[in-house]
Design a binder for this molecule. Structure first.
Ligand code: NAD
Length: 495
C-alpha cells in the first residue's frame, strides 16, 4: 500500500513555471511541455493571450480591416460604385472585434489542455529564487519551481502630470474598447500604436490630430518609407504636428484642454515637409478635444514581480538583462519578450520563448535571429527589416540601394494605389541583402520574403532570378533587386 502523505494543496511544484500568458509566455509553456517538462503557466487574467491577443495586435487588426473596407468603398465612389455614407453600429462592431479575440482565447485554452499544462489564474510575484506566490480574488497559492521563465510583458507609458483618471484620456486599451467615437480626437505620439488607432477612428468619423515629439512619424524607420504614409494621412487628418510636445492636459467639462509647446516646432512639417505646405503645421497654444489617446511607448513590467526576492537584476527602466539563451543573472531563471528589451513585439517574444523553453529542457538553443521585422498596419502599411539606411550610414557600411516605385506595378495600379515603394539595401561588394523596407498595401505580409532572404544569405541576383508571380505586389521586391543588378526592364534607368 502506498504511504499517505499530507499534501499542502496551496503549494504546487513545477519543473518549469512560466510567469505571464501572452504570446511569449504561452509559447514558452507549450514548447517546454512538448519537450517533456511538467509546466505551470501563471496568468493574471481569466484568458490567455496577453496584450497582443486581447487588447493589442489582434483586436486592432480586426478594426483596421474594418477601416480598410470603409476606405476602399469610399475610394470606389469615383470609379462608379457607391453604397452611400456608412452607418456604424458601434455595439455590433465591438462584439465582432471581441469575437475575433475570443476565438483565439478558446483555441489557446484547448492547447493548454491538450498539452496538460497547469494553468493558474492570479497575479504572480517571486518570494524566493525557487518560489512564486500567486494571488487571485479567491485564493493564494505558492508555486515552487526548478526553472522559471518570466514573460510578464509591459504596460503603456503614462505621463505623470496628465489626468489619467479622466475617462476621456485613453491609453491603447481604452482606445480599443470602442466605447464612443469622439468627434475630435488627439493622438499624442506618432508611433505605431498612435497611427494605427488614428486609422481606425478616422474611418469611424473622428476628426484626428496627431502630435509627435520627433521630426518624423514612426521615428525608427527610414524617412523615405514613412513619407508616402505621411502624405496620405496628411490629406485625411485635421493636423499632424511634428517636433511638437504636449506640455499639459487639463480636464474641463467641455473636453480635455491640451497645451502644446510650439517653441520646438520651428521645423514644422519636419523632414516630410510637402512643398507649399509651409507654416501650416504649427500647433496652437492650446486646443480642446473630446478624447486624447496617449501612445508614447510602453514600459517593461520588471519592477512589478518582486524580482529582487529571487535575486534577479532589474535595471532602472524595468528591463531584465538576459544572455543569448534568455538566462537572467540567476541561471535557472529565464526572461523573454517586452520585459527583456526592445523592440516590444509579439513575434520577438515568441521566438525568445521557444529558446528559453528549449534551454530549460537541456537543448543548446540560442536567440540568433538576424532581424526582427517591424510593421505599422496603417494605410498604407509600412514594414521594414534588417539594416535601415540610417543605420547603414551611421555604421559606415558601404551599400547599394534601390527603391522600386509602385506606380510602375500593374498590381498596385489595379488596386487603385500607387504611392507604395519597395526598397532594398545590399552590401556593396557582395550584393547580399542587408535590409529592406516596404510601404504600401500589404507591406506587412510582403516583408516576410525580405526577412527570409536575409536569413538565407540571399543576394540581389538570387532575388531577381526568383520567378515571382505576375501581377503581384511581391514582384516589387524582385524588381528592386533587379535595379541593383541592373537587369530591370520594367523601369528605364539611365546608365
Ligand atoms: P512607439 O515607441 O512606437 O511610438 C511612440 C511615439 O511617441 C514615438 O514616435 C515618440 O517619438 C513619440 N513620443 C514620445 N513622447 C512623446 C510626447 N511627450 N509627445 C509626443 N510624442 C511623443 O510606441 P507605441 O506606438 O506606444 O507602441 C509601443 C510598443 O508597442 C512599441 O514597441 C511598438 O513597436 C509596439 N507595437 C507594435 C505594433 C505592431 O507591431 N504593429 C502595434 C502596436 C504596438
Amino acid at each position: 500500500m502506498e504511504a499517505k502523505t499530507a499534501v499542502d494543496e496551496s503549494t504546487i511544484h513545477a519543473e518549469v513555471v512560466v510567469l505571464g500568458g501572452g504570446p511569449g509566455g504561452y509559447t514558452a509553456a507549450f514548447r517546454a511541455a512538448d519537450l517533456g517538462k511538467q509546466v505551470v503557466l501563471i496568468e493574471r487574467y481569466p484568458v490567455l493571450g496577453g496584450v497582443c491577443l486581447n487588447v493589442g495586435c489582434i483586436p486592432s487588426k480586426a478594426l483596421l480591416h474594418m477601416a480598410q473596407v470603409i476606405h476602399e468603398l469610399d475610394d470606389f465612389e469615383k470609379h462608379g460604385i457607391s453604397y452611400g455614407k456608412p452607418t456604424f453600429d458601434i455595439d455590433k462592431i465591438r462584439s465582432w472585434k471581441e469575437s475575433v479575440s475570443k476565438g483565439l482565447n478558446d483555441g489557446l485554452a484547448r492547447l493548454v489542455k491538450q498539452r496538460k499544462v497547469t494553468l493558474l489564474q492570479g497575479v504572480g510575484q517571486f518570494t524566493s529564487s525557487n518560489s512564486i506566490e500567486v494571488k487571485s480574488d479567491t485564493e493564494i497559492k505558492t508555486v515552487t519551481f526548478d526553472q522559471a521563465i518570466i514573460a510578464a510583458g509591459s504596460t503603456p507609458t503614462k505621463i505623470p502630470s496628465f489626468p489619467h483618471d479622466d475617462p476621456r484620456l485613453w491609453d491603447s486599451t481604452d482606445a480599443l474598447e470602442l466605447k464612443t467615437i469622439p468627434k475630435k480626437l488627439l493622438i499624442v505620439g506618432g508611433g505605431i500604436i498612435g497611427l494605427e488607432m488614428a486609422t481606425v477612428y478616422h474611418a469611424l468619423g473622428s476628426e484626428i490630430s496627431v502630435v509627435e515629439l520627433m521630426e518624423q512619424i514612426i521615428p525608427g524607420c527610414d524617412n523615405d518609407l514613412v513619407t508616402p504614409l505621411y502624405r496620405h494621412i496628411k490629406k485625411q487628418y485635421k493636423n499632424i504636428w511634428l517636433n511638437t510636445k504636449v506640455t499639459g492636459i487639463e480636464a474641463h467639462k467641455k473636453g480635455l484642454q491640451v497645451s502644446f509647446d510650439r517653441a520646438s516646432s520651428q521645423l514644422a512639417g519636419g523632414i516630410h515637409s510637402i512643398p507649399g505646405d509651409k507654416g501650416k503645421d504649427d500647433a496652437p497654444a492650446s486646443e480642446t478635444y473630446d478624447a486624447v489617446l496617449v501612445a508614447v511607448g510602453r514600459r517593461p513590467n520588471g519592477k512589478k514581480i518582486s524580482a529582487e526576492l529571487a535575486g534577479i537584476n532589474v535595471d532602472d527602466a524595468g528591463f531584465i538583462n538576459v544572455d543569448k539563451q534568455q538566462r537572467t543573472n540567476v541561471p535557472h531563471i529565464f526572461a523573454i519578450g517586452d520585459i527583456v528589451g526592445n523592440p516590444m513585439l509579439a513575434h520577438k517574444a515568441v521566438h525568445e520563448g521557444k529558446v528559453a523553453a528549449e534551454v530549460a529542457a537541456g537543448h543548446k538553443s540560442a536567440f540568433d535571429a538576424l532581424t526582427i521585422p517591424s510593421v505599422a498596419y496603417t494605410d498604407p502599411e509600412v514594414a521594414w527589416m534588417g539594416l535601415t539606411e540610417n543605420q547603414a550610414a551611421q555604421q559606415g557600411i558601404a551599400y547599394d540601394k534601390a527603391v522600386f516605385p509602385w506606380a510602375a506595378s500593374g498590381r498596385s495600379l489595379s488596386i487603385g494605389r500607387k504611392e507604395g515603394l519597395t526598397k532594398i539595401i545590399c552590401e556593396k561588394d557582395t550584393g547580399r541583402v542587408l535590409g529592406a523596407g516596404i510601404v504600401g498595401t500589404n507591406a506587412g505580409e510582403l516583408i516576410g520574403e525580405a526577412v527570409l532572404a536575409l536569413e538565407m544569405g540571399a543576394d540581389a541576383e538570387d532575388i531577381g532570378l526568383t520567378i515571382h508571380p505576375h501581377p503581384t505586389l511581391s514582384e516589387t521586391f524582385a524588381f528592386a533587386a533587379e535595379m541593383i543588378t541592373g537587369t530591370i526592364t520594367d523601369l528605364y534607368i539611365k546608365k
